[in-house]
Design a protein around this ligand. Sequence first.
Ligand code: GDP
Length: 525
Amino acid sequence: MGFDQQKEVDRRRTFAIISHPDAGKTTITEQLLLFGGAIRNAGTVKGKKSGNYAKSDWMDIEKQRGISVTSSVMQFDFQGKRVNILDTPGHEDFSEDTYRTLMAVDSAVMVIDSAKGIEAQTKKLFQVCRMRGIPIFTFINKLDRDGREPLDLLEELEEVLEIDSYPMNWPIGMGKGFEGLYDIYNNRIEIHRPDRFDGERFLPLNEDRELEIDHPLKEQSIFSQVMEEVELLLEAGNEFSEEKIAKGELTPVFFGSALTNFGVETFLETFLQFAPKPSEHETKDGGEVSPYDKDFSGFVFKIQANMNPAHRDRIAFVRICSGSFEKGMEVKLARESKKIKLNNSTQFMADSREIVEEAVAGDIIGLYDTGTYQIGDTLFTGKNKIEFEDLPQFTPELFMKVTAKNVMKQKSFHKGLYQLVQEGAIQLYKTYLTEDYIIGAVGQLQFEVFKHRMLNEYNTELIMEPMGTKIARWIDPSQLDEKMSSSRNILARDRFDQPLFLFENQFAMRWFADKYPEVELKTLL
Ligand code: GDP
């Protein structure tokens, strides 16, 4: 047999990389895949210019725009660990999808452009990680270019994100004068472009942080300057604490350059030491499921239709929380207490689908879906029903009225609408009085993808009437009164039949709150 479940769980590391677009997430992902032997050549993951699209770029629209719309899963082994990287779309319009992916990981790596610092999207994604209390590791990228002062960047990180930081390494110069990194954690110097010197990549330091061997770097004033700076930094700064890292209260910070592949390997090695293995998951009834439990359990965090035009199917992505997955096993769907035989599963290196052999807690499996699953569904085996907590929904800000252009297409219109909503591609509402369909999104591009997919996958041309931005607020069904509805605060219901108002603007919402002070207005997240 040779299959030791506990050992397998303990070597899993499942994480996502979060960043603002262009910070270098794709470049660093590619480097990590190279180290793991998952790909052989740089440029495989994304070559916007060369026309080689990312392994994770599946859909037409992604290719047209050169952006990554969907999340995918990449798996490789490195130094005995089995690493699962969950890709997250960088474009801000797809943050909803990104947020959900963050529900399925055990830690996050935040990539920051050293010239730009904390950007809008980084901040939003960081907050979701914070809400989950997962460890966050920071990689400050593009040190081969002139950027901001390292100290300045750490200060901004602490102030804007309200998290303590600990520098794992410190840059020696930057841009053209980038000499290398003082690797604080391993107490050694990592030389940038060692070919300029004697070829030695790492220079060890003694206990007093002195370079004992002769090296041209020693003579450079930047070297002694940096060593003094670090001395001060370590005296005045936060203490290294594994416990605080685990709780997401302290972020270890690494500097480097993904493009020149500098500092990435050391980052990966150190990150894998401190990144958590899969842990317990909470259930709706307040219980906990251990990753070592023999019974299988997992939840659907993403559903995607027709990722590859060659395979016209839907895939439900399941994060395994306990037990092990075996092909052909029978599981129960908590929502319906229904039994399902899992004949087909695919595990991803994006377009080349490999059949899963052994998958345990921390792994992601992709299941072929013919409309069985919904976002947030729990699958389990064993006598005791397991139902994990609901995944958060995110409050949309943009709305459109939708109808099918051709009245004869009602059937496929409803089918597409229903399936894409279930996938979480878009949110759906129906007005109370007129029963119009309204779709809601976090960003404009989500509508375009929706329209494109309705046409290509469901053969339905849509008429979409923009309603602009609205403020969505949910109310308690017991306080519902249709008389409260007007053109400036449209009453609608969501797909769970919960009532909400779509307010025209802040002013309309305040007016409403003054008029009906007893009605509590709630957001999703
Ligand atoms: P993403 O949008 O976060 O996935 O960013 P990409 O990985 O696509 O990188 C955006 C741009 O920054 C590309 O042109 C990269 O070549 C460039 N880039 C990424 N990492 C570095 C780096 O370390 N140094 C420099 N100079 N450029 C980089």
